[in-house]
Write a protein that binds this ligand. Structure first.
Ligand code: 0A1
Ligand code: ZN
Length: 868
């Protein structure tokens, strides 16, 4: 019977597979209109096997052609849109048997970009999480790990390059202009790590020697015209390989490792074994076309995918509820790598601040909204909706807390034990926790609650100083608000790094472990009232409720030796004032000035210290958000800093110039960041006066960071010169899709400017622009997602026009690409947090989308959870 109720999958319903696969042979004849897939699978009884059990394979949007078992045509099967159920197996399935299936798929019609698809005339696949079922009927689940041998066939003139996982065994010319390549992957893998690529591509390559003395071939494959933009990705790959050997003793296990770039991709990149597929955005860069942020992102995504080779591929997930096992751990590893690449302690701190900013801007709202879920979710309807900032970024924070609790060496011991126990297996988050606990003899029972509970814990802090006893006390009380399906929360194990700042400088950093509802710590022999620096380096991902005086915050902001907390104190001061509609007072302006002019401080740190908290983070501090009021208060606060420090900004703009040839290192990138903040502040202070300087920077820039920053400053501040520069930018870079994405994105992100047409009108025009393509995720994200998720003051209008645009866009995108649509659908998640006029209109827009009968399961889950 067909039911319209969405199907839910539950973690506790996990059963090991009934059958499992040993060797898998695929023979794929590639044709955009009709690709023929022949599979030959060795099937064995699995852990849940019972004699006579049918073999149930999943398949989606496939044309079934034939089935053979042990070489004979087999008729005992049922075929439904999603399953091929095979009955009457030889010897009741008790012994190994061979299944051979032929089926067909249509890559050129595949706009979902899951399974096998065509992008700019070339073939690519995306199988995580459940894309392999769109290529052939299979046990498409991560705990079925098989060895693959793959034969690819295609017309040679159109598809000269044929790639798949592992090692190339053989290539051959075939009749009628076809050719073939046979690839074999020596490592057993789940189907989500399978991939193939075919087309007109070229590569740069390098040979390196790894720690054991083995030679490895590294290749980066791109469309021929992009070849000169691959150097940075290659350097990042080599650095990642060496870093993983040094930090974790993990060596590349394949003879060759390839990266391929594709312009149509739903996510950032994918860690397929030995053949990573990347969104072009995270591969292609040269100074003229990519910003410093792009360079840094490429370095971290290349590292992330490479690190998955061990954390994800060698040891994979038992089921998709365990996604954070590989993702949280791998994000932690890439964050640590990028921090080390900064080349200094202050650089490490800058990276940490950037990561925490992102967490608070994106993950804290998620954790407080209708899609809140533990890093190891208990239930999902569509797993692709759970590639979230919670699973990734909060997951990484949880891994970081092990390191905080166990120390760097203890953490390494835990990692070593994890690989010793589980190499080649599909395991759970619990297995990881047990490896950490056993390797260190530490009881981590209560730490488990970080995996099972959603929501950001709150820690309330009360301090007391007794001058006569020379005693200082702090009391910490933890709580966590209810989240969907979790009304009551258990206590968390929260590691808090702290230090008492005193004039005598005699206190050292300590680690407090908050495990009870409320705990008090007493510090003796404290001669004068100290200033508390707590949750240093953001040791726990919590909300801290601590009414620290402005005087203490100013002390921390000017002298805390923990750079994270120094930054944090400044953020807190600014946040409190903005939310109270206050402008920065003289003391704060003086503190900003001293910080900006301190020659010992890293320019990148200064840039972050003077960057105000994001609007989305400010929303989370309120009970009834008026986005226009918050925008106005934040902007007024910023303008005041800009005006009061205009001389300093002008001086910094000069001091931070980086003469000589362009260098993309962290030092010069930090200088550019601060210089461009100075430019933006000058434009904020007086647009008309400073616009010519911005135009000049735009014109003479030899790199995209400076050119884009100048253009952005002009656009965002509504300078009259912006129009000409925007046209010039489009013409200069017409043929570079990633730069044109920036052109679209910048216009969509323009906040309201007095006297200018609201941004929505322009966004609608951009959607009609000949270069706008609804089936290219990068383009869609740069126009639509940017407007709906990254331009709050333009999006949230009392007339609801932004929400209507959102609803129209979700409905238009959903039939083309459900994953990209479902992500856009999340833009209204926090609707209940807003003041009445906004909230009512958001609800109507959500209901309009919900009323659509034919929504994809992806979008349906997001919308129905938002409304529930
Ligand atoms: N595992 C990848 C993320 C990823 C997930 C799903 C995809 O399907 C569209 C693509 C990529 C990572 O963590 O990098
Ligand atoms: Zn990942």
């Amino acid at each position: 019977m067909k039911t319209d109720l969405p199907q839910s999958f539950r973690r506790l319903e996990y059963r090991p597979p009934v059958y499992t696969f040993d060797q898998v042979e695929l023979d794929i004849a590639l044709d955009p209109a009709r690709t023929i897939i022949k599979s030959r699978i060795e099937v064995l009884p699995g852990k849940s096997f019972e004699a006579g059990a049918p073999l149930v394979l999943v398949g989606h949007e496939l044309e079934f052609v034939s089935l053979r078992i042990n070489g004979e045509a087999h008729r005992h099967f049922e075929l439904t849109p999603d399953f091929l159920t095979i009955h009457s197996l030889p010897k009741e399935g008790k012994e190994k048997f061979i299944v051979e299936i032929i089926c067909v798929c249509v890559p050129e019609k595949n706009t979902s970009l899951m399974g096998l698809y065509v992008s700019n005339g070339n073939f690519f696949t995306q199988c995580e999480s459940e894309g392999f079922r769109k290529i052939t009927y299979f046990l498409d689940r991560p705990d079925v790990m098989a060895r693959y041998r793959v034969t690819l066939r295609a017309r040679e003139a159109e598809y000269p390059v044929l790639l798949s996982n592992g090692n190339l065994l053989k290539t051959e010319k075939l009749p009628n202009g076809w050719h073939s390549a046979i690839w074999e992957d020596p490592f057993p893998k789940p189907s989500y790590l399978f991939t193939l690529v075919a087309g007109k591509l070229e590569c740069i390559e390098e040979t390196i020697t790894t720690s054991s003395g083995a030679k490895k071939l590294l290749q980066i494959w791109v469309e021929p015209h992009d070849l000169q933009k691959t150097r940075h990705a290659m350097d990042s790959l080599i650095a990642s390989i060496h870093w993983d050997e040094k930090r974790f003793g993990l060596e590349l296990d394949l003879e060759r490792f390839m990266i391929v770039a594709v312009g149509d991709f739903n996510m950032g990149a994918m860690e397929n074994k030995g053949l990573n597929i990347f969104n072009t955005k995270f591969v292609l860069a040269q100074p003229e076309t990519a910003t410093d942020a792009d360079f840094a992102n490429i370095e971290s995504v290349v590292a992330h995918e490479y690190f998955h080779n061990w954390t994800g591929n060698r040891v994979t997930c038992q089921d998709w509820f365990q996604l954070s096992l590989k993702e949280g751990l791998t994000v932690f590893r890439d964050q640590e790598f990028s921090a080390d690449q900064m080349g200094s302690e202050s650089g490490r701190a800058v990276k940490r601040i950037e990561d925490v900013r992102l967490l608070r801007q994106l993950q804290f709202p998620e954790d407080a909204g209708p899609m809140a879920h533990p890093i190891r979710p208990d239930e999902y309807q569509e797993i692709s909706n759970f590639y979230t900032v919670t699973v990734y970024e909060k997951g990484s924070e949880v891994v970081r807390m092990y390191q905080t609790l166990l120390g760097i060496e203890g953490f390494r011991k835990g990692m070593d034990l994890y690989f010793k126990r589980h190499d080649g297996q599909a395991v759970t988050c619990d297995d990881f926790l047990m490896a950490m606990a056993d390797a260190n003899g530490k009881d981590l029972t209560q730490f488990r609650n970080w995996y099972s509970q959603a929501g950001t814990p709150r820690v309330k802090l009360e301090e007391h100083y007794d001058a006569t006893k020379k005693q200082y006390q702090i009391t910490l009380t933890q709580s966590c608000a209810p989240s969907p399906g979790q009304p009551d929360k258990k206590l968390f194990h929260i590691p808090l790094k702290m230090r008492l700042i005193t004039n005598s400088d005699d206190q050292v950093e300590q680690l407090l472990e908050l495990t009870q509802a409320s705990q008090t710590w007493t510090f003796d022999n404290i001669d004068e009232r100290p200033v508390l620096s707590i949750n240093r380096n953001f040791s726990a991902p919590i909300h801290l409720d601590f009414e620290q005086s402005e005087a203490d915050l100013l002390t921390l902001f000017s002298s805390d030796d923990d750079p994270f907390n120094r930054w944090e104190a400044g953020q807190k001061l600014a946040m409190q004032m903005i939310l109270n509609h206050r402008l920065p007072d003289k003391q704060l302006i003086d503190a900003y000035r001293n910080l900006l002019m301190d020659p010992k401080l890293d320019p990148a740190f200064k840039d972050l210290a003077l960057t105000l908290p994001a609007e989305s983070y400010l929303y989370e501090q309120c009970t009834s958000v008026d986005p226009q009021k918050i925008f106005t208060a934040r902007r007024a606060f910023r303008r005041e800093i800009a005006k009061q420090l205009q001389l300093e900004w002008a001086a910094l703009y000069q001091q931070m110039q980086t003469p000589g040839p362009f260098k993309s290192d962290a030092v010069d990138a930090g200088k550019r960041a601060l210089k461009n903040l100075a430019l933006s502040m000058l434009l904020e202070a007086n647009t008309a006066v400073w616009a010519p300087m911005a135009v000049n920077q735009y014109r003479i820039a030899d790199n995209m960071t400076d050119r884009y920053a100048a253009l952005a400053g002009l656009v965002i501040h509504g300078a009259r010169e912006a129009t000409d520069c925007l046209s010039d930018f489009y013409e200069r870079f017409t043929n570079d899709a990633l730069v044109i994405d920036k052109w679209f994105g910048l216009q969509s992100s323009r906040p309201p400017v007095d006297g200018l047409e609201p941004t929505l009108g322009n966004v609608k025009k951009l959607r009609e622009h000949p270069a706008f393509k609804m089936n290219n995720p990068n383009r869609v994200r740069s126009v639509i997602h940017t407007f709906c998720s990254n331009n709050p003051a333009s999006f949230h209008q009392t007339d609801g026009s932004g929400y209507e645009f959102w609803a129209d866009s979700v409905l238009a995108l959903d039939p083309i690409n459900p994953q990209v649509a479902a992500r856009l659908a999340r833009a209204l998640d926090r609707w209940r947090l807003f003041a009445a006029p906004y909230q009512d209109r958001m609800k109507s827009a959500l209901e309009r989308v919900a009323a659509y009968q034919t929504l994809s399961p992806d979008t349906r889950e997001v919308i129905s959870k938002a409304l529930s």
